[in-house]
Design a protein around this ligand. Structure first.
Ligand SMILES: NC(=O)c1ccc[n+]([C@@H]2O[C@H](COP(=O)([O-])OP(=O)(O)OC[C@H]3O[C@@H](n4cnc5c(N)ncnc54)[C@H](OP(=O)(O)O)[C@@H]3O)[C@@H](O)[C@H]2O)c1
Length: 289
């Protein structure tokens, strides 16, 4: 049993922290909107703290899962941030999807305080978080990872050390780049099939067993054809992630022509009020044209 803190009880953090408690750890939670922390304690036990600092005080490991780079800085750095409460030898495990730059920045500041940091973004969506079946991509030191992995296992199907600080975030960027282009292709295919008058359930059943198969096809193609876009990972989050990918590509010289285009398509979805629609809503742009 390890004394843990969890900061950020959103769609992802709430169930992830729940799995840590169910694994027998002593968990203190912090959430900006305090009522969510109270709900979590009512369901899982443990304790709620008023600030990240208070939650992190005395914890061997602190998890965070907030929105973007700035949100992360605000819960970790500063007078009431987690670092102010964490002691030497403790570990910060950050599950936010953020930039590699902020991962390295936190690792550097942590090092000066004797706090080890692992960037550990996740893939698998809300269902993966609820089922404790996330894929976790980590960046950091090998000995820190060895201590953290058995704890992270509580909400994961796979936990892998990818390299030094920032490598987890860079791996998540690859994940998002792969998904963006694929979703546009899937949207065009489904829209084409509908316009051609095909029975799309039959089409999905047939081509889903061939080379066009993908997680997105298995899980989203049918609902895309029904014009339903309420299945998890939101367009606003995707735009945040693609922005991170495009900025990183400026640093490393990688060309991302399709990713840049899909990012602009998502901007159009936002302009149509689809900020909280799921990422398969690229289909909407084609269907309504
Ligand atoms: N949803 C997914 O399918 C999914 C999948 C993979 C990765 N992710 C990534 O995981 C992270 C969290 O996603 P989510 O879906 O759980 O988001 P969410 O439901 O919007 O929750 C965000 C959480 O962060 C907190 N937060 C945001 N800004 C904050 C700030 N400045 N100070 C303190 N707390 C702050 C929110 O507190 P309040 O409750 O007070 O708003 C909330 O607890 C994001 O980086 C996202 O890209 C999400």
């Amino acid at each position: 049993m390890t004394k843990l803190a969890f900061l950020g009880l959103g769609v992802m953090g709430f169930p992830m922290a729940g799995h840590l408690a169910a694994a027998g750890h002593e968990v203190t939670v912090y959430n900006r909107t305090a009522s969510k922390a109270q709900d979590w304690v009512a369901r899982h036990g443990g304790a709620a703290a008023k600030t990240p600092k208070e939650a992190a005080t005395g914890a061997e490991m602190v998890f965070s899962c907030v929105g973007n780079d700035d949100d992360l800085r605000s819960v970790i750095l500063g007078e009431e941030g987690a670092f102010a409460g964490m002691s030497q030898g403790s570990i910060l495990i950050d599950n936010t999807t953020a930039s590699a730059e902020v991962a390295r920045e936190l690792a550097e500041i942590g090092k000066q305080k004797g706090i080890a940091v692992i960037d550990a973004p996740v893939s698998g969506g809300q269902a993966g978080a609820e089922n404790g079946a996330l894929t976790v991509m980590c960046g950091g030191e090998a000995d820190t990872f060895a201590r953290a992995q058995p704890v992270i296992d509580a909400f994961a199907r796979a936990v892998t050390l990818m390299g030094p600080s920032g490598a987890g975030q860079l791996t998540k960027m690859v994940n998002q780049i792969c998904i963006a282009g694929l979703l546009q292709g899937l949207s065009e295919g489904m829209n084409f099939g509908l316009k051609a008058g095909l029975d799309m359930q039959k089409v999905i059943d047939v081509i889903g067993k061939g080379a066009a198969q993908s997680w997105q096809m298995d899980n989203r193609a049918a609902t895309m054809c029904e014009g339903k876009f309420d299945f998890g990972f939101a367009v606003d989050w995707m735009r945040k992630d693609l922005g991170i990918c495009l900025a990183e590509a400026e640093n490393n010289g990688a060309r991302l022509p399709v990713t840049a285009l899909v990012d602009q398509f998502y901007a159009q979805v936002q302009a149509r009020g689809g900020n909280r629609w799921d990422t398969s809503s690229l289909m909407q742009l084609l269907a309504k044209d």
